[in-house]
Design a protein around this ligand. Structure first.
Ligand code: PRP
Ligand code: URA
Length: 490
């Protein structure tokens, strides 16, 4: 049978999607809508299930009926956000089993990182429905389906609420045998891998972990509340038997979710995810200054919030500060000017970095950087932050464009720039052609394993705590061969 890709075009789904997307929709309503949309989608997604004939005795005679043949279905939500779709799916097929796959996108590489996988034993005799509200780059869905395929299920279908064309294409290519159902197909992915117009971060909106930058305190309580609520509903992971009424199935979904959150790997993920995504000050081993390790410098952007540079300048470890200036051909970090001025007023050695994208011309990106980071405001050589390939440029296109960018930068600032990347991305795209430049490489691993890439500076933590900076901050240190001299512009 030919594989199907269904983009729903039903008034009820259109209407519910429009409410779901809105920033005015709170978590409670968001969860309800995800449930309702998932249930509506199931109607179509189950239409080809095999049937068998059965005779049923009614009070008035024998009815020749059809029932779904063989073992039933398995729903596999991709954690966290996929959990939101389970209840809707169970409303339609209450006897289905539920497996779980935990994946999170690494925010720098945008690649999925698996942290949990528990699937029913007899999955090889069942039809699997993978549930995840968002199909963005497609990485998570492709990876999850790859895991499930190793267990030889009868068939796999993928259901998402919103897909980006890039993710849909990638999933179609990677798994040509999987039927795909999307409640909506959107326009494109932005430079951070988010779907536009999309609905934002589905996991955060489902679980109420979205936080506003200015509300640091309420952020903490939001997060704590989520944790307390989660662990307050914990139950032992028992084999749940099928129940008759709807509300009991809703409870099963909640209980399963709580059990999954009890697992150690999930807890680690959860901790990491919230800390990194939302920069929430959860108390952890890593988040006090005693555990910062030996660092020589930091890099910041508007994500760090309002920085008190007077306090930061009193930190004797900090020899250099890189401040995000620009991104792509038009974006300017709205805190750049303030950060640059105030850090320099405090006598700190300051440089600017540009977030290089593969979605706009290198020349325009260089012009954007130069016009916003004047030479007179720089103590350090410029930094090119290149850490993802959203535009899916070829290696040659990347090399040529970076060379265009570097030429313009060199002429303007009079010195070679330094590269910033994460370890794997650097090895993939930069190591070969740009090995004569200095580089700062991000590799965390709790600071245990230095980069495998050649590095001049190792950014070993993204969870440093510095007095004067309200949020987590990236920390880095020189390779023993180098010191501040490699960074000085004059
Ligand atoms: C979101 C979403 C998908 C993934 C989609 O999960 O729920 O799983 O991103 O992105 P991709 O198609 O580019 O892989 P996220 O990693 O944010 O975790 P969460 O569900 O726990 O919020
Ligand atoms: N994950 C989300 O939750 N939203 C997006 O737009 C992309 C990935």
């Amino acid at each position: 049978m030919e594989r199907s890709v269904v983009i729903f075009n039903h008034p009820l789904i259109h209407h519910k999607l429009s409410v779901l997307r809105s920033t005015k929709t709170d978590s409670k309503q968001f969860r309800e809508l995800i449930t309702e949309i998932a249930a509506l989608m199931m109607f179509d997604a189950t239409k080809n299930l095999p049937l068998e004939n059965v005779n049923v005795e009614t009070p008035c005679g024998t009815a020749h009926c059809k029932q779904i043949a063989g073992k039933k279905l398995v729903f596999v939500p991709i954690l966290r956000a996929g959990l939101g779709m389970v209840e809707g799916a169970l409303q339609v097929v209450p006897t289905a089993r539920v497996g779980h796959i935990g994946l999170s996108r690494d925010e720098q590489t945008l690649l999925p990182v698996e942290y949990y996988c528990k699937l029913p034993q007899d999955i090889d005799q069942r039809d699997v429905f993978v549930l995840d509200p968002m199909l963005a780059t497609g990485g998570s869905a492709i990876d999850a389906i790859g895991q499930i395929k190793k267990r030889n299920p009868r068939s796999i279908k993928f259901l998402c609420i919103i897909a980006a064309p890039e993710g849909l294409e990638a999933l179609k290519n990677a798994h040509p045998d999987v039927d795909i159902f999307c409640a909506g197909l959107d326009d494109h992915l932005n430079e951070h891998g988010y779907i536009v117009p999309g609905l934002g971060d589905a996991g955060d909106r489902t679980f109420g972990t979205v936080v506003k930058e200015s509300k640091q305190e309420s952020k903490k309580s939001l997060c704590t509340d989520a944790g307390e609520r989660t662990f307050g509903t914990v139950v032992k992971e028992t084999k749940q038997k099928s129940k008759k009424s709807l509300w009991i199935f809703a409870s099963i979904a909640v209980l399963l979710c709580a059990a999954v959150f009890l697992c150690k790997p999930t807890y680690h993920y959860w901790k990491k995810h919230f800390q990194r995504k939302n920069h929430i000050g959860i108390v952890s081993k890593n988040n006090n200054s005693k555990n910062n390790g030996n660092f020589n410098g930091i890099d910041v952007s508007h994500y760090q919030g309002n920085i008190d540079w007077k306090l930061v300048s009193q930190n004797p470890n900090i020899q250099y500060v890189y401040i995000k200036a620009t991104e792509g051909s038009t974006k300017v970090d709205h805190k750049y000017k303030k950060n640059n001025r105030e850090a320099r007023e405090m006598g700190m050695k300051v440089g600017a970095y540009h977030f290089f994208t593969t979605t706009s011309s290198a020349r325009k990106q260089a012009e954007n950087f130069i016009s916003n980071a004047p030479v007179k405001d720089q103590d350090l050589i410029p930094m090119i932050d290149f850490e993802n390939n959203r535009g899916k440029w070829s290696k040659k296109q990347i090399r040529d464009s970076l060379n265009v960018f570097i030429d313009i930068i060199k002429k303007h600032y009079g010195k070679d720039p330094i590269f910033y990347s994460v370890n794997s991305h650097f090895n993939k795209y930069l190591a070969q052609d740009f090995n004569t430049y200095h580089s700062m490489i991000g590799r965390y691993n709790k600071g245990k394993q230095p980069p495998t890439a050649n590095y001049s500076i190792w950014q070993y933590s993204d969870r440093g705590r510095i007095n004067g900076i309200p949020k987590f901050v990236d920390l880095s240190r020189f390779h023993p061969k180098y010191n501040i001299d490699i960074l000085l512009l004059n």
